[in-house]
Each structure stands twice: as C-alpha cells, then as structure tokens.
Design a protein around this ligand. Structure first.
Ligand code: PLP
Length: 397
C-alpha cells in the first residue's frame, strides 16, 4: 500500500528529528525557478535558495540537462584518474578565481572546505594556532566547528581543537592583538552570514590582511555563503581588494548540487604532499558537470550583476517599507545577502511568512530575518517579498 504524505512527514520527523526542527507541515515536491511547490499544489516564493545554494533557482533547464547528460555517461570517477568534465570544470573555475589562486582542492560541502583549509594552513606554516571571529560560522565538523562561534553548543563538546582564539568582528585593534607569530591562519567571512548578516568594514578587512602579512599568518577567506556573486561581486573579498592565501567555497558553486572547494596560492601548494588530504566523492563527474554548468550560466546570465542591482533594489524597498516600524532595529547586507534585525525573536515571523504569505525566508541568529534568494530574481519577486515582509512586520508593530 502507498504511504500517505502525512505518514512520510511523520517518518521524517521520527528519523531525522534529532538535530533539526521543521517549519509547518507542508511536504515539498518540486521546484521551478523562484518557487517551491508542496504536495497540495501550494506555491511558495523561495527567498532561502535552499539555504543559499540554488543560485539559479529550482529545476533550471541548463542544470537539468547537464546533470541528466552527465549521469547517462559517467557518474563516478576516482581522483587518481583524469576526467574530461573535471578538467573542463577546473578551466571554468580558473577563469573566475583571481590569478594568484591557481590551485584547488575539491570536496563536497562547506565544512569540508574549511577542514581542508585548516589542514593546509597548518602544513604551509608549520604553526598550529588559528584565529576566527566571534559570531563567525565555518561549519559543524570538529575542526570547522572549533572555528565557529557557538559558545552554547561548544560547552557540551569540549575539548575541540586547541589553540583557536576568537576575536571581535570589525574591531581591527583586537584582531591585531589576536593574530601573532604563532598563528597559522585567520579565518574570516567578508559578511558574517549565519552570525547575523554583519557586513565586514573595508578598513577592518584590509587591516586584517596587513596584520596577517606582518605576522606571516595566512589569510583564509570563507566565501562559502558569499561566493559566486551572492554579494554582487564574484567573491566578497573583491569589494575590499583583498588577496587571500586560501579561499573556501561551496553553496553556489554547484547551484544546488553538493560541492565544495578550496583555492590557494603556489606558496601553500609547495608545502603540500601527496596523501596530505583527500576525498572519495570530491570532484566527481556529476558535481563537476553541475559546477561547470552553473559557473557558465552565471557568466551568461550575469547573475553577479543582477545580485548587485537587485540587492540594492531590495535593500532600498525594505528600508522604505519597514525601516520606520518599531519592531525593526536595523536593515543591512550586501548584494542578495540581506538581514532585518528585529527587536524580538524572529521565528514566529518566519512561520507566518510561510503559512500566510507563501514566502520562505531564513533567520540568522535569534533576531535577524535573513533574505537569501536565488540570484535570478526579478523585480516582481523582490516586490512580492517586500510586501510580504512589511505586512507581517507591520501587523506586529
Ligand atoms: N562557512 C560558512 C560561511 C557558511 O555559511 C556555511 C554554511 O552555512 C559553512 C561554512 C558550512 O557549510 P556546509 O553547511 O556546506 O557544511
């Protein structure tokens, strides 16, 4: 007998419920462009891009075609064999990366990219200490989680990696004290995404780079949430003219297909050796087909320019329609990574937006409503989101 939709939801809750909470009871079945559809046929405007990954929206025809075609030819290929699609993908990635970062390691997620960067930084410098920032987010596996600022959860999981210090974001003098001659690397987001949509000030980011250079520590920019056009430049660090030693990437790289990467300088590569690191699935043909197609589509559709333009439009619209509301404390962000800081908890509003307005959004910490839409959004989608948010927040003000 066919299992009912509601039984499937219950099963998901029972089996996966340990570390996630669900929003609503809708069961999602398919997506198309900016929208997701549930089993009842209800349509939702997706301003989460599935946690910041579906840069081309859902079921984009070029992605469908590329993945189906690659799946019919070759899905699995170990890293010790050369692959045609992998080579083509790397050539495309090299077009987009700054020229001083010609080397790449391929993996399957953001946290894996951070784990690799952490290892590479230690190998390249022969040092063990690492610096990250308060409210920073770098992933949830043990090494990456040591860098993530999450005091409450961390207390229950110590000991994690020793010799990790967290300095205050956007406080250059504190950072200058935290990074020392013992520091292997400084991990920085150019906009703290999960930690509250905190935009890194250019002077802070540039000073961080100077401090790293003066102590011979490596500057490791985590572009997992900000990369591939999210902030209106290919990489967020380009807004501040930085020259990082390593860059961590994931999310938009595969436009929804799981994929991660680290790019690094020849100086870092020189200190690596065969067997220092590796991944069974990293750089598999399906992921590389997704990455090649996604990056090509970003170039052809100018999604980076669209993120800059539509980001400014959204920010202005949100400020005009919600900035005066009592409940709103601040509205900020860069490109299509935007946050509305509330004076109260955000979760009930996320629920109302979904159930009453058919709009999906995220939080970033307890009080910040985060907008992270696909980079293909158009003015009509931005207007719909602005209207939905302003009516839900106005009702509570
Ligand atoms: N780093 C940053 C800046 C992120 O935003 C995230 C995920 O949200 C990660 C690392 C971890 O990525 P993943 O969830 O793919 O492991």
């Amino acid at each position: 007998m066919e299992t009912s939709h509601s039984e499937l939801a219950t099963l998901e809750e029972q089996m996966l419920g340990g570390v996630v909470t669900k929003r609503g009871r809708a069961i999602f079945q398919r997506g198309e462009g900016m929208y997701l559809f549930d089993t009842e046929g209800r349509k939702y405007l997706d301003f989460t891009s599935a946690q910041g990954i579906a840069f081309l929206g859902h079921a984009h025809p070029v992605m469908q075609q590329a993945l189906a075609s690659q799946a019919s030819q070759l899905m699995s290929l170990p890293s010790f064999l050369y692959g045609e699609t992998r080579g083509r993908f790397l050539r495309k990635l090299a077009e987009i990366l700054p020229r001083h970062l010609p080397h790449v390691y391929l993996c399957n997620s953001g946290t894996e990219a951070v784990e690799a960067a952490l290892k590479f930084a230690r190998l390249a410098t022969g040092r063990t200490s690492l610096v990250a920032t308060r409210k920073g987010f770098h992933g949830r596996t043990a090494g990456a989680f040591s860098l993530t600022w999450s005091p409450k959860t961390k207390d229950q999981l110590v000991p994690l990696l020793p010799a990790v210090t967290h300095t205050t974001y956007n406080q250059a003098d504190m950072l200058a004290d935290a990074v020392t001659e013992k520091t292997a690397g400084l991990f920085l987001e150019v906009v703290q995404g999960e930690g509250g949509v905190n935009v890194g000030q250019t002077e802070f980011l540039q000073r961080a780079q100077q401090v790293c250079q003066s102590r011979a520590a490596l500057l490791i920019i985590d572009e997992i949430q900000t990369g591939f056009g999210r902030t209106g430049r290919w990489f967020g660090f380009q807004h501040a003219d930085l020259r990082p030693d390593l860059v961590c990437m994931a999310k938009g790289l595969g436009a929804g297909f799981p994929m991660g990467a680290v790019a690094f300088t020849p100086a870092v590569k020189e200190k690596l050796f065969v067997g220092a690191h590796g991944s069974t699935f990293g750089g598999n043909p399906l992921a590389c087909a997704a990455g090649l197609t996604a990056l090509t589509a970003y170039q052809e559709l100018d999604t980076v320019g669209n993120a800059l333009h539509m980001g400014a439009y959204l920010l202005q619209g949100l400020r005009e329609k919600t900035g005066h509301l009592k409940i709103v404390r601040d509205i900020r962000g860069k490109g299509l990574l935007l946050g509305i800081e509330l004076r109260t908890h955000v979760r009930p509003f996320l629920q109302t937006l979904m159930l009453e307005q058919g709009v999906l959004m995220l939080n970033a910490g307890p009080r910040i409503l985060r907008l992270l839409p696909p980079l293909i959004l158009e003015q009509c989608h931005a207007d719909a989101a602005i209207d939905a948010v302003s009516s839900v927040l106005a009702a509570a003000s």
